[in-house]
Design a binder for this molecule. Sequence first.
Ligand SMILES: Nc1ncnc2c1ncn2[C@@H]1O[C@H](COP(=O)(O)OP(=O)(O)OP(=O)(O)O)[C@@H](O)[C@H]1O
Ligand SMILES: [Mg+2]
Length: 207
Amino acid sequence: MRLHVGSLRQMRTFAEALAGHLQAGDLLILTGNLGAGKTTFTQSLGRALGVAGRITSPTFIIAREHPSFSGGPALVHVDAYRLSDAEELGDLDLDSELEESITVVEWGAGFAEQLSTDYLQLTITPAWAEVAVDFANDADLADDPELEDERRSIDILGHGSGWDERLDRLGASLAELFELEANADRTGGTDTGPDPDKDTDTDKDRA
Ligand SMILES: Nc1ncnc2c1ncn2[C@@H]1O[C@H](COP(=O)(O)OP(=O)(O)OP(=O)(O)O)[C@@H](O)[C@H]1O
Ligand SMILES: [Mg+2]
């Protein structure tokens, strides 16, 4: 399913709604261009889950565990941007924490799938990156579309049987808050491998 948030505040609302559906053992794989809002979303998720520590874009630390304030699952935040292959991800030994934590992997598409057969894939697309957006009709944004444009599309795809029913429940919650668009490819099925149609290795040049 796909939804649109019009502001940072709505992104926070989305993260809060999603947090209410997450449980220990969940894996979230975040995709989207540089500056799409993956870390910002994870910060809101961390706040909603009530975990400690500042969630940042790590320069050296690739994985960081944020323990819960209230006895809930910890949030493990991984930025896989600097990892070159699945083996390096394996070296982080995330498996040991996966079961008790909620694990969020930025830039994980293409290799974080090896961590679990069940995962939720979120793709965040800024309006400024969406070719279909007609900025000419938006006088405020026409000058500098990247500046202060908080609009984001979020595509949510459940992979693995564990998300079958949960995705419906999540959709029901989100439908109360946002207008949802059905996605023809609603779930990724049980296929654990990367989508061969997707080039997951593009645009990795961080400014
Ligand atoms: N609706 C929104 N959701 C998320 N971030 C937004 C939104 N609107 C504006 N922003 C801004 O966009 C920027 C997103 O940066 P962020 O570091 O979260 O991106 P990222 O996807 O993690 O990038 P990177 O690939 O470099 O890790 C932030 O400055 C944030 O304030
Ligand atoms: Mg980031």
